[in-house]
Design a protein around this ligand. Structure first.
Ligand SMILES: [Mg+2]
Length: 389
């Protein structure tokens, strides 16, 4: 047999570890604001008997991730780490009665991302090549910023524009919450003026927050206002389960309608895509089931003529996964990039940097193409050493 025809492995999974992140979660603008002692993100390491380790990220409380790994352990121990889609599907199919779509789906997301990272490291290929090939070598990041009162909003958008960003999203915070349509408009006007007329600007109402106070009529009025400021999409303008109202809003709104960040499992997206609820769908690779699931959702969206933009901004590994997907889809032209998060900017050996046009180069090194810096990581978790190969 020639060397080219030889398949690597198997590489057996020996253990999977989680490292909850603490202390530096950026403000969420949530009704119950995130505190330093709260963990809402965790990193995952999948260790194998061949010495290769892969890394992933989960958007949920790290204690839930640790508990979820305990439940999943009999299913993943000894599995072949070079078969990410099959192993992840095994975990989904055998947990239908325990947190299907919830914690266990979130945990499988991080495991799946780590398995793709291992598959890439074992084969010497980037994940984007393994999942079908690279349509692009770089992509435009949009800088996600929390809504502020108008003067502060102007300052913060200007600061990130000065750092080189050319696309922005503002969301959550007082927008819609202050019950003051003039304040909402003043915030958006301040952001548009600070971003400049040629920048992309998106608005996120954040209606998946607790007890969102508005409905369809508010969303229609807000969408009309946003059109005056050339806003590129209106995100989570309605409560996240209001399928019929999303369809009505999309039909009526002059600006594109975006959503889907709280949905998990590919199957949950079927009604939203088949019934035309979104112009843009935004699954979160660290919640939805990982790269295996996100890739299929993105392609389903593509076939329905719906744009896909990932929501994996929460850690540098989430961004790394989104970048690989952005390379491997025909029409993905943006990735979300949160402004000022230590979990994105402060845990890699080489942090992401913008090029002269404010775009990100998509790594083409094996796997996710990024390396954790364990000394930096130690500032945010007690469990950094558990992740080490
Ligand atoms: Mg959002």
């Amino acid at each position: 047999m020639s060397a080219a025809a030889r398949s690597p492995g198997p590489l057996r999974i020996t253990r999977i570890e989680a490292a909850p992140l603490f202390g530096e979660s950026p403000k969420g603008g949530w009704s119950a604001e995130i505190r330093p002692e709260d963990s809402i993100h965790a990193l995952i390491a999948v260790h194998t008997d061949g010495g290769l380790t892969g890394y992933g990220s989960v958007f949920t409380d790290g204690r839930l991730v640790e508990a979820g790994l305990g439940v999943l352990r009999p299913l993943f121990l000894g599995e072949n780490a070079l078969e990410p889609e099959r192993v992840s599907e095994k975990l989904h199919q055998n947990t239908f009665w325990m947190g299907r779509g919830g914690t266990l789906t979130h945990v499988v997301s991080g495991v799946d991302i780590a398995l793709w990272d291992i598959f890439g490291k074992a084969t010497g290929l980037s994940v984007s090549r393994l999942i079908g090939g690279r349509y692009r070598e770089r992509v435009q990041p949009y800088c996600s910023l929390l809504m502020e009162e108008p003067a502060a909003m102007r300052d913060v958008v200007a600061a990130y524009r000065a750092r080189g960003f050319t696309a922005f999203k503002i969301g959550w915070g007082p927008f819609g919450r202050a019950m003051d349509a003039r304040l909402d408009e003043a915030i958006v006007r301040a952001a548009r003026e600070a971003a400049g007329p040629s920048a992309k600007l998106f608005v996120d109402a954040g209606a998946s927050d607790a007890y969102w106070p508005h409905g369809l009529k508010w969303a229609i009025r807000a969408a009309d206002m946003l059109a005056d400021y050339d806003v590129g999409w209106f995100e989570e303008a309605l409560k996240p389960d209001a399928l019929e109202d999303f369809k009505a809003l999309r039909a009526r709104s002059p600006v594109p309608i975006a959503g889907g960040e709280v949905l998990t499992r590919r199957q949950a997206f079927i009604p939203w895509l088949t019934q035309g609820a979104f112009d843009i769908v935004q699954p979160d690779v660290t919640k939805v089931g990982g790269l295996s699931e996100q890739r299929r959702i993105a392609w389903m969206a593509y076939d329905f003529g719906v744009r896909y933009v990932g929501h994996g901004w929460n850690t540098a590994l989430g961004v790394a996964a989104d970048l690989q997907l952005a390379a491997a889809l025909p029409d993905c032209d943006l990735v979300e990039f949160i402004g000022g998060s230590a979990y994105v900017d402060g845990i890699l050996e080489q942090a992401f940097t913008l090029d002269a046009e404010g775009w990100l180069r998509i790594p083409d090194a094996p796997g996710l193409g990024v390396s954790l810096d364990f000394d930096k990581l130690r500032r945010y978790t007690h469990a950094a050493d558990r992740l080490r190969a």
